[in-house]
Design a protein around this ligand. Sequence first.
Ligand code: NAP
Ligand code: MG
Length: 415
Amino acid sequence: MGGGHTMISVNKIQVKNTIVELDGDEMTRVLWGMIKEQLMFPFLEMDLEYYDLHVKHRDDTDDQVTIDAAKAVEKHGVGVKCATITPNAARVEEYDLKKEWKSPNGTIRSLLDGTVFRAPILVKNISPAVRNWTKPITIGRHAYGDVYKNSEIRVDGPGKAEIVFTPKNGPAVRKTVQEFTGPGIFQGIHNTDTSILSFAKACFTYGLDQRQDVWFATKDTISKTYDTRFKEIFEAEYEANWKEKFEAEGIEFFYTLIDDAVARIMKSEGGMLWACKNYDGDVMSDMLASAFGSLALMTSALVSPKGCFMYEAAHGTVQRHYYKYQAGEKTSTNPMALIFAWSSALKKRGELDETPAVTRFGEALETASRETIEAGIMTGDLVALAASNDNNRRVDSEEFLLAIKSRLESKLEPG
Ligand code: NAP
Ligand code: MG
């Protein structure tokens, strides 16, 4: 059957359904191209729906390309995104842009109503600052409301500070915040049941997906209305829609006070998904990123309450390295988190499409990447972090990718 010609691509693994690809900017765009060239195209036959989020193309399309990309992720369920510039005044000048376009991540997150989860990539020769963290801790940050959308007033002198709610129909409700006898400050914050519920759904979706316990914590003993509402919504959603599925997987939902959560996490071995209120997530995600070693080893997944997944690196476009690259210098930018964005998208596609060969490829790519670092071959950022060993060798980005590639080839079954 078939002539020799049909043999050309038979060794490539077929990815059945579409992956939405969102290209980006600067050094990560360079690495993105190398990853596809070295680690994707030689091994996979895939249908990529490509959206170019290069800042200049966002500008040319009045940011329509970002909206189209988000809709495509919603349609196909799986996306993979490169890091992108969020323009500020300097970027408007640098790229001659029409305006300071909004953060693409913010736009995509709000269109998908999604939650961002960050998790570190663990390698044996880089120990976390907290010795007992042997498993990755995933943080999910609620990215709506609270102090990030507040109204605040600085008080000059004596007077009464109040909060007032005026319903559409009905009398106003007022509460005194403080009777000031001298200068001071106060603020009003809010959240919505809809947003909290979406957050809870995204956390349970991703916890189940990753087979991780979900922890959630607030300060409901002090904030008996505000924080208690978060707790109630999480508990009701868990009981109604997740308890049985979690129990079937042998995982659980654990609610506690935020200070108790912090104390327990420090002593834990890790391995949980920690759902955080907006401020807690802001603070704790930076603490965890630094404790686990390197921003270049931090992955990020955007999960929508409907179950769409978009994977990316947590870091930005690594601007400083890009200018060196443009000047013709060899760069040693770490592509690990970008590779894991691709491997995660492939594993997800494999799971949804029921194509185990694709899932296995994603896993093999992750193992090959980890083992390359564990064998002492690493980019500059990791050399100082890794356990010292005579074999440790600093390589540039391309040499690193090629080392991963040859390891990956040796893992894949021949033929
Ligand atoms: P960044 O790109 O994350 O880089 C900050 C510094 O962290 C780098 O200068 C580098 O340190 C180190 N670093 C980060 N990733 C690395 C990697 N893969 N390998 C080696 N070192 C790495 O943050 P930024 O420079 O503040 O932001 C640059 C642009 O990225 C901005 O325009 C911002 O809008 C955008 N951004 C995008 C996203 C996103 O799309 N998700 C997220 C954050 C920022 P050294 O210079 O010391 O080597
Ligand atoms: Mg922060």
